[in-house]
Every structure is written in C-alpha cells, then in structure tokens.
Design a protein around this ligand. Structure first.
Ligand code: COA
Length: 473
C-alpha cells in the first residue's frame, strides 16, 4: 500500500470509529472497517480490509446493499466472517453501488476488491484522484441487467418426501424465481415465509421488506396451515434436504480455525497430568457471595486467578515455542484463553493480563466475553494473544477431559463437573467433599512431567485454600 493510501486508511478507520461511537447504528458492537483500494474520478473500488491477526480470507455472510443501490457514508455494506470474528464493512462514500465482487457465502480475499462505488467525483479526496489505478479505465460500469440488480433466489414450489431431483435442470423447472435482496431472503428464512407467495411491490416486482412483513402479518391472522390435513400440493415446513440424503457443508469460520489449530496440535507430544481438586471451600465462598453480597460468581474467575498465580512460579507453562522448536518465549503477560461454547462453535476468547487482575475483574471480563459468545461476535483482539488456556466442561457435564494444546502455546488445563464424594479428612473421618477433576496437558518437548506436577500442586493448594488466591503465596 502506498504511503498516501496508508494515511487515508488510518484516517478513515479513525473517523469511522469516531462516527460510530457517536451514532446509534445497527450491529454497533461489531467492528466496522473498510479499506480504500484503487480509485478513479468517479468509481471507487474498495478492497477487503486487512483486519489483522494474519487473516487472509473471510466469508461474505450478508450483503446489505445490491448493485444500483444508493449509499451514504457509514451505511452498512456487508457483513463478513473470518475464522476469528464477524466484521461489518461500511461505506466511506456517498454514491451508487456499481459492483459487488462476491456473492453471499463466497470467500473474499483480503486486499482484493470487495465492492465498487460510483461517486459524483466531488466526494473523492484529491489524493485518490491523483492516483488512479491505471488498470481500470472505464468511467462508468456496464449497464446493470435485471439479474444484476437484485438477487434471484430459487424456492421449491412443492417438496416431495422422496429424494431430491437428480439434475440441476429438474430443480430449476420446479422452482419459481423471486427477486429480493439478501436481507429479505434472510427475513423470510427466519420466519419460514414462502417468498413465492409474497407479492412484490418494488421495481420489477421485487419483494421489499415491507411486503414480507405484510405477508407475515396476514399469515398470522389466517388459520395455521398445520391444522389442515396434508395434501400433495400443500407446503409442509420441512427441512430443505429430505431425510435419507447426504448433505455436504463447507467448513468455514470458527470451525475452519479449529481444523487448523487441531491439525497443528497433532504434532505436539502431549503429556497429560490429572488430579482432583477439592472445591468445597470455594463453593462455600461462592454461596456466601451469592446470599450475603448478591454476587453470582462462577468457579472460573477463581480458577483463572489460581492458574495465573501458579504460572508465576512455573513460567514455562506460560511460554510458546517457534515452529522449528528452536526458541522458547516466556511471556510476561498471563493472557488466559477460556474455551467457550458459543453461538458459532468453539472459540477461545482471551482474558488479558490476568496477573494484574483481581477475581472480580476477571469475573467481569469473563461475563463480557460470554455475552459476545452468545451473540457469536468477538472483536479480533478478544481472540488474540492467548498464552495459556483453560477449558471448563463442567457446566455442560463430563467428569474427565483430556485437553488439547493450542499451538504455539505449550499447556492447557481442563476441569470437569464437580461432584459430592466421600473423602477422608486428617483424622481419617469420612467427610463429604465437592470434587472436580482437572487435567493439564503440556508440550513434552519443552516441559517435563515434574514441572507439570508441581504446577498442579501449587494450583490445588490455592483452590483448596482460597485465601491464598489473594495472598499469592
Ligand atoms: N462443575 C459444576 N458446575 C459448574 C462447573 C463445574 N466444573 N462449571 C460451571 N458450573 C456451573 C456454574 O456454577 C453455574 O451454576 P450456578 O449458576 O448454579 O452457579 C453453571 O454451571 C453455569 O456456569 P456458566 O454460566 O457456564 O459459567 P462459567 O463461568 O462456569 O463457564 C464458560 C463459562 C465459558 C466456560 C462456559 O459457559 C462454557 O462455554 N463451557 C464450555 C466449554 C467447552 O466447550 N469446553 C470444551 C472445549 S473442547
């Protein structure tokens, strides 16, 4: 990128964030970025922004515009999903969408054109006009065809319970095409609206959002179709793929990240050390916090703090190794990743600088990340920079777990569900204890078993005597 473009990009990102923070906009929690690519006097080509973290490609999840639409600065253009975060791309210019370079579910490459916008020319900063991309010479786009200006979608008019048609032509013959933008298609999908039955009031019969909502309103007033006996011409709400057929789905997003990380992890010789934690006292503290202080704090913040304290004494577990296994980097920061079951699959968002945080601060940060996970939208920075990981399967179930290291990290800890079990006390009386099993997996190339055992011993001591969490001795 030229220096001029870099300046423009930085200034643009800043002004975009500034504007977003002052406006109540849709998807506000999501990171909004755009990137200026090549430009002409009247046609601007936006490249897919470099959103950091070495992300090279994203999946286009939804277009909020179509070719021919008029957009204003900061209008949402599209939403893309990387294997680490969801990002909304916004427009920098007032103008008309001249070209969408990808369809929904296409993979868009970082640094390659994403969308072209036609401006009246006055909108284009002087620096951009003076550096036109010599490869693009035409001033206006070719006239948009009917097919270009709105997305055509195909919907089965009738769904039989038998196997799907075997050829593409057969499918097209039995379909009815409707014109609408992807947002309307998504709305229809969410509410099970059969778009072939909706009358479009837009240009060339396009179905607008209002049309779909109006149809839905009427549908609610009329008797539910499920009350009628099924006939061969009815349209039951069934899965698009009839049972008995295979379905192929591309691996994308967070799952794609999992494929890569776990494949890399296979190279690591895992040493797994397990023990049990008595969390009876910790549970009592949690109960007191809840009943006397109205604070509902899960095990995790205590556990994460105990891990950090123990890492101070066994720093090799908070290190990473390079690809060639030639250097170990001991990390000063304790950035603890927490394995999380999120709306978009397994993610490991990171609680940063745990060494400087108290239990309540860890609790607050964990709740923030859990909320992000429920939305399925993390900031890229939330998912980056982990130095150690903790996986608590206990809230779901499962007593034992063998965790798998997330390279380039060298260790990970897992905890299972706690149970009330009989144990001997110091006087050999049998007493009820709340027990949770933990396992620490370590990279045996750089960490020996004795170090892991000592780390777990230290961690155990703190969890079982929770006052030590605050004293860190
Ligand atoms: N044993 C028994 N109960 C447990 C527990 C454990 N190990 N861990 C949590 N719980 C309980 C909590 O105390 C809470 O109950 P309460 O409200 O009565 O106190 C309940 O389970 C729900 O806890 P949760 O809201 O999940 O909070 P958390 O801070 O314990 O966990 C996450 C947060 C992110 C770890 C959790 O939501 C999650 O996603 N776990 C799945 C992790 C995963 O998928 N691991 C596998 C990776 S391969």
């Amino acid at each position: 990128m030229s220096q001029t473009c870099k300046k423009l990009f930085n200034a643009s990102v800043f002004s975009n964030f500034k504007a977003l923070s002052n406006r109540n906009v849709r998807n506000a929690p999501q990171l909004r970025l755009y990137h200026l690519g090549s430009s002409l006097a009247a046609r601007i080509s936006f490249n897919m922004a470099d959103i950091g973290e070495g992300i090279k490609e994203v999946v286009v999840k939804e277009w909020f515009v179509k070719e021919g639409d008029t957009v204003k600065q900061f209008d949402d253009i599209c939403e893309v999903q990387s294997d680490k975060a969801s990002v909304t791309i916004t427009s920098r210019y007032d103008g008309v969408i001249a070209k969408l370079h990808y369809k929904v579910d296409d993979v868009a490459l970082v640094g390659k054109p994403l969308v072209d916008i036609e401006t009246d020319g006055d909108d284009v900063p002087r620096e951009e006009k003076s550096e036109p991309d010599p490869q693009i010479k035409q001033k206006s786009p070719p006239p948009a065809s009917k097919e270009d200006t709105a997305e055509k979608i195909s919907i089965h008019k009738e769904q039989s319970s038998g196997p799907a048609s075997s050829t593409t032509n057969e499918v097209v013959d039995s379909n009815k095409e409707v014109l609408c933008i992807p947002a309307v298609r998504r709305l229809a999908k969410e509410h099970n609206i059969d778009l072939t039955k909706v009358k479009g009031t837009g240009r060339d019969g396009r179905i607008l959002k209002e049309d779909a909502l109006h149809y839905l309103e009427n549908l609610k007033k009329s008797p539910a179709p499920t009350q009628q006996p099924p006939t061969t011409t009815s349209q039951p709400r069934v899965q698009s793929v009839p049972s008995g057929t295979d379905r192929v789905e591309p691996i994308k997003g967070f799952q794609k990240a999992m494929v890569k990380t776990m494949t890399d992890s296979l190279k690591i010789p895992h040493f797994v050390y397990s023990d049990e934690l008595k969390i009876t006292r910790l549970s009592q503290i949690r109960k007191t916090l809840k009943t006397s202080h109205n604070q509902s704090i899960s095990f995790m913040p205590f556990l994460v703090k105990a891990v950090s304290n123990a890492l101070q004494r066994y720093p090799v577990l908070n290190s990473s190794i390079d690809d060639r296994c030639e250097n170990v980097t001991y990390h000063a920061r304790h950035n603890i990743g927490v394995a999380m079951d999120t709306k978009v699959g397994l993610a490991v968002p990171v609680i940063k600088d745990v060494q400087d945080l108290g239990v309540m601060e860890i609790h607050a940060e964990l709740r923030r990340l859990v909320e992000s996970g429920k939305q399925g939208v993390f900031k890229p920075s939330d998912l980056a920079g982990g130095t150690f990981a903790v996986s608590n399967i206990g809230s779901i179930g499962g007593t034992y777990m063998k965790p798998v290291i997330l390279p380039p990290q060298v260790a990970i800890m897992a905890i299972g569900t706690s149970q009330l079990l009989p144990r001997y006390d110091d006087d050999l009386n049998i007493v009820p204890e709340e027990i949770a099993n933990i396992s620490v997996a370590a990279d045996h190339r750089v960490i020996d078993g004795a170090t892991v055992a000592n780390f777990v011993k230290d961690l155990k001591k703190q969890v079982e005597n929770p006052y030590l969490l605050f004293l860190n001795i």
